[in-house]
Write a protein that binds this ligand. Structure first.
Ligand SMILES: [Zn+2]
Length: 403
């Protein structure tokens, strides 16, 4: 990925990179605005150790540059009146795209980092040119509406990403696919990341793993994905293609995975595993099939047993990842949490059996991801905003909007 997702927690991210003192305070204030909606100027001043005068001066300058807006805050106790900081209605935005197995979403995020879905659709075809063409049209329409306010596009894709491009997707049935058509105009930064990696980075930054030094995110959609995040940075390997947990040989060594390898964990945990245990044909959409299976399991012992076997396969592999990485917390995304909840006993037993003995007394907490199905979109928006909220990014915006 050209710009790594989650370059550290927002309070420390771009501000420390500013060489120019004029931007240092501005970036720090804008980072604070990303930490949560409704933050006030007084709170930002306190967190950053700024005097009231400095905070007022910085926010006034950012207002003049259309980088933020202020509205009166509700009076609270004896404190002096302050303002709530918002993204400016004509300020910079980024486009975040989430390209999944069956569908896609195109969202816009202002400087507070919250992605708001503008367009969505289901893939009408498996052909990469047609899928990318459809999404490029949507990105183009959003860009036409917002124009130069759009400063970057980031794409979260259900695929292995290497050096900023898709090299393979067992999920989508693609080999290398060119995504450059998703940049609506030449020169606009286009950042591409694996969806589970971006979701994990967002979870460590804004979600259930916020504040953890070493967090493991594991998600099941079609197969297993995820990432290890250390101090806010996803561990992505030499070329960005790391984190393919689903292709660890934790499954049946006799089964060939669509990725090309034998015995992948992918095939032991998702809808394909449940169907195989039931003697049913491989589902076209393993995610929907798995969800339907959870509903069927309530009334059907055979389905219940198949779901339990998949949950056990998941717990066993997760124990291996915990043994290998020693995370402080594990967040579960996608179908992983409903699978665990549907077969808690099988999951917990397999997890405990797979953990090294010394870990069993105090295993890391395994919790549901807080951002739910929007994790990848949040991560894509954060990656794009990291690109914009730099000295260079703000300098370019200021040059266009001064006076
Ligand atoms: Zn595989």
């Amino acid at each position: 990925m050209a710009s790594p997702a989650g370059r550290g927690r927002p309070v420390r991210a771009p501000s420390v990179r500013a060489r120019d003192a004029r931007w240092r305070g501005a970036l720090a204030v804008l980072d604070e605005m990303r930490r949560g909606p409704g933050v006030t100027r007084a709170v930002v001043a306190r967190r950053l150790g700024l005097s009231t005068g400095s905070a007022t001066e910085i926010t006034a300058r950012l207002r003049d540059l259309a980088l933020l807006a202020e509205s009166p805050a509700a009076a609270s106790g004896r404190g002096r009146p302050t303002t709530v900081l918002h993204p400016h209605p004509h300020g910079p935005v980024v486009i975040a795209v989430d390209l999944r197995q069956e569908d896609w979403r195109c969202a816009v995020a202002e400087l507070d980092g919250t992605p708001r879905v503008a367009e969505r659709g289901r893939h009408g075809s498996r052909d990469p040119d047609r899928v990318i063409g459809t999404i490029a049209d949507a990105v183009g329409r959003v860009h036409a509406r917002l124009g130069d306010r759009v400063r970057a596009v980031a794409v979260a894709v259900a695929a292995t990403v290497r050096d900023g491009g898709v090299v393979q997707s067992a999920t989508l049935g693609w080999d290398a696919v060119d995504l450059t058509a998703l940049a609506p105009v030449p020169g606009l930064p286009l950042l591409v990341g694996n969806d589970a990696t971006l979701a994990g980075a967002a979870e460590a930054r804004y979600g259930a793993a916020a504040g953890a030094g070493t967090a493991l995110h594991v998600t099941i959609e079609v197969g297993v994905g995820g990432t290890l995040v250390v101090d806010g940075l996803p561990v992505q390997g030499a070329t960005g293609a790391g984190g393919e947990f689903g292709h660890l040989p934790l499954g049946d060594p006799a089964l060939r995975c669509p990725c090309g390898a034998l015995g992948c964990w992918d095939l032991a945990v998702d809808g394909r595993a449940i169907a195989r245990h039931l003697g049913e044909p491989p589902p076209g959409d393993p995610r929907s099939y798995a969800q339907a299976a959870l509903a069927r399991a309530e009334h059907d012992a055979a389905v219940r047993s198949a779901v339990g076997r998949a949950a056990g396969g998941f717990g066993r592999g997760l124990a291996g990842l915990i043994n290998a990485f020693d995370p402080g917390i594990v967040t579960l995304g996608g179908f992983a949490e409903p699978l665990r909840a549907a077969a808690e006993e099988e999951f917990a037993a397999a997890l405990a059996d797979g953990l090294m003995r010394f870990r069993r007394a105090e295993p890391p907490p395994v919790v549901a991801a807080a951002l739910g199905g929007d994790g990848a979109l949040h991560g894509a928006a954060a990656t794009a905003l990291d690109h914009v909220l730099t000295e260079e990014g703000l300098g370019a915006w200021a040059a266009e909007h001064a006076g």
